[in-house]
Design a protein around this ligand. Structure first.
Ligand code: LLP
Length: 442
């Protein structure tokens, strides 16, 4: 397992994160447990800042909350001087609960509801990314009703096909997101916007996908957007102030993954944007990027307790832990690969190859296929690395499993940032069959 940030093995071969032994974390908080190395999250954000600062362009960073959205994470992101990208009323609510200045919140979504748009308008968020024609009219009418204005970007689907999992490739032409670049939908959107002066168009947005390892796709997107900007400038006299190139920067889940370092990625993207805008002879707008995964994934580790085991001679050995697809559905959804260690005795030489199963009633409930580990025995602590992104945020209560707690560790201090759910929490919204009914109005 690759050790990131402040994760180390101590002299006894026990994994320690942020100055805490995993056995102590287990004793204090129970398992399964999401453990975040707080300083490493901060360092990841800072590496983006220094990469952008090194290029000298005007920029702003935004954290894509969907990767891991909690009150503490929103607070941390703002402390590190990044905007927050939210995609639902729930994420916006979380950001506001965190006390974040709404002026630094940007809202996305391909089907924002009237309620979500009203919530965003009334909260006074800093920017909205308009995704489609329906939204232009809905937002325009709501702004009229509220006597308000809002800064906006238009999301463009730039037709870039990056090499990633089909479900997380979002920028290609056949996508549910954004205005299609090729059929003139951006021009049509701008024509429509003329009827809604309360929407103040600041620029364009594109997001080409997720878990991307190099700058190539971003280069293509930057060049297409520059060409579009030049066209819109000529046709409408609009010169944009913001160009948001989205998120999607890849991380190293296993030693087979090889994303280029953030510094080089940012440099490559910025150079491409600068060159493209220069080619068209138009000024480069402020560049925005909105990484999610690359801010939090490597900083997160999930610890589990090993339980049952099933050996099938000549086939495979299953070792089950006390979590699974309910806290990490990414193998089931995308075939994602993770690395793990027996965290209480990682260096034990008595190895075997096993597959790590969860505890849900579903054969697909697997965390890792075929991993070599010191022979796992009940009570051992299994640590799975790189679980900081899209694990807690996609966790479910399937089988009415309660979701794990989340702790931030830093310099030997652990802070509980999300409490462990209880069975009572899971049942909280249920109502009895013997409760009141409501008669149909029809
Ligand atoms: N901006 C937009 C508009 C996005 O749609 C996304 C991710 C991001 C930024 C952040 O992308 P990141 O830097 O995190 O790659 N559940 C999937 C990932 C879905 C990503 C959706 N959009 C997974 O577990 O891999």
């Amino acid at each position: 397992m690759i050790l990131y940030g402040n994760s180390v093995l101590n002299a006894n071969g026990e994994l320690c994160i942020g100055g805490w032994r995993v056995s102590d974390l287990k004793r204090e908080f129970g398992t399964p447990l999401y453990v975040y190395d707080e300083d490493y999250i901060r360092a990841s954000i800072q590496s983006y800042h220094s990469a952008f600062a090194g290029t000298g362009v005007d920029y702003a960073l935004s954290y894509a909350c969907k990767a891991f959205c909690t009150v503490a994470m929103c607070q941390l992101a703002r402390e590190e001087n990044v905007w927050l990208d939210v995609v639902s009323g729930g994420e916006l609510y979380t950001a506001l609960q965190a006390g974040v200045d709404p002026a630094f919140v940007c809202m996305h979504g391909n089907n924002k509801s009237p309620e979500e748009l009203l919530f965003a308008i009334r909260a006074g968020i800093g920017m909205i990314v308009i995704d489609n024609f329906y939204e232009i009219e809905l937002l325009g009418d709501l702004l009229e009703q509220e006597n308000a204005t809002i800064d906006a970007l238009l999301r463009v689907s730039p037709g870039v096909d990056v090499h990633t999992h089909e479900y997380i490739a979002t920028g290609r032409q056949d996508s549910k997101f954004g205005f299609d670049l090729y059929s003139g939908q951006v021009d049509q959107a701008i024509d429509r916007l003329a009827a809604y002066p309360r929407i103040q168009l600041l620029g364009l947005h594109s997001h080409i996908g997720s878990q991307i390892f190099d700058a190539d796709g971003f280069r293509v997107a930057a060049s297409r957007l520059a060409s579009l900007c030049a066209h819109l400038g000529r046709r409408y006299g609009i010169w944009f102030r913001v160009l948001n190139l989205g998120g999607g920067m890849g991380i190293r889940y296993t030693s087979d993954d090889s994303p280029i370092p953030v510094e080089r990625l940012v440099e490559g993207i910025v150079q491409a944007a600068v060159a493209s805008f220069r080619e068209y002879g138009i000024p480069l707008p402020r560049l925005m990027m909105e990484p999610g995964r690359s801010i939090v994934a490597q900083a997160g580790t999930t610890i589990y307790t090993v339980g049952s085991r099933k050996e099938i001679q000549g086939v495979r050995t299953y070792v089950a832990v006390d979590g699974g697809m309910t806290d990490n559905p990414r193998l089931a959804l995308y075939g994602a690969k993770y690395e793990a260690c027996i965290a209480n005795r990682a260096n034990d030489p008595d190895m075997e190859t096993v597959s790590i199963a969860g505890k849900c009633c579903e054969s697909g409930d697997m965390l890792i296929w075929d991993v070599a580990l010191p022979k796992p025995t009940p009570g051992d602590i299994l640590a799975v690395s790189c679980t900081g992104a899209y694990n807690y945020s996609m966790a479910s209560n399937y089988n009415r499993v309660a979701r794990p707690a989340v702790v931030f560790v830093r310099d030997g201090q652990a802070r509980l940032v999300v409490e462990r759910e209880t069975a009572a929490d899971v049942c909280r919204l249920d109502r009895s069959l013997r409760g009141p009914t409501i008669e149909s109005l029809g």
